[in-house]
Design a protein around this ligand. Structure first.
Ligand code: AMP
Length: 218
């Protein structure tokens, strides 16, 4: 039976960083909705054209578009054993759609990994975040600097700062998290699948807490 894990947390909580680390430990692909949108933007695909305005304003792309994109991604061969979802679901309708699509794939949401961090910590992380062009590896100028300034340690590509990490967009994204995504915390807690960890600990410690809290099959 495939295993599916959902990373939940405000922008800057460390979902992407932890999804990449858990992916290595568990041998499941990370599926980041934000990365897929950004890749489509770069490729100027039809999906990219639809998503562009929403991303630059720090707003959510409409549910139907996002759900269709994730449905297609989870059907790819590399996801046969499951996936670590990063950035999806972000709204109650997306969570409901996810249940449906995972049931079709013979699975379910096995655990929701909620990474908690205070707003002031989140703002500091986003302001100092740098992302690699080629594969979206994540750095921070203070907490996780690359070996060579502006260059990805892993693949040598250039690092850039996300457009929506500007302070105005960050404030908006934080608000959207509270309004649209935070209700999912109670939803998944009620279903008994929520794992909650302190995201302000060092990166490796957060990974260990998540691994320790995961259900058996992980
Ligand atoms: P992220 O990289 O997860 O911070 O996502 C960056 C942006 O992509 C968000 O601000 C949204 O515009 C869009 N996005 C990513 N995931 C979703 C989602 N599940 N639903 C709607 N929009 C999304």
């Amino acid at each position: 039976m495939p295993a599916y894990y959902v990373m939940l947390g405000a922008p800057g909580a460390g979902k992407g960083t932890q999804a990449a680390r858990l992916s290595q430990r568990m041998g499941l692909p990370p599926v980041s909705s934000g990365d897929i949108f950004r890749q489509n933007l770069r490729e100027k695909s039809d999906l990219g054209k639809i998503a562009e305005g929403y991303l630059s304003r720090g707003e959510l792309v409409p549910d139907d578009v996002t759900i269709a994109m994730i449905r297609e991604r989870l059907a790819q061969p590399d996801c046969v054993r499951g996936a670590i979802l990063d950035g999806f679901p972000r709204t109650p309708p997306q969570a409901e759609a996810l249940d449906g699509m995972l049931a079709e794939l013979g699975g379910k949401v096995d655990a929701v990994l909620y990474i908690r961090a205070r707003p002031e910590a989140l703002a500091k992380r986003l302001a100092g975040r740098w992302v690699c062009r080629a594969q979206a590896h994540i750095y921070h100028e203070e907490f996780r600097p690359p070996k060579v300034l502006g260059v990805c340690d892993v693949d040598g590509s250039a690092l850039y700062q996300r457009d929506d990490d500007r302070p105005e967009a960050v404030a908006h994204r934080a608000l959207i998290f509270l309004e649209s995504t935070a209700p999912l915390i109670a939803h998944y807690r009620g279903k008994g699948v929520l794992v909650e960890v302190d995201g302000e600990k060092p990166i490796a410690e957060v990974t260990e807490s998540l691994m320790a809290a995961l259900p058996e099959q992980a």
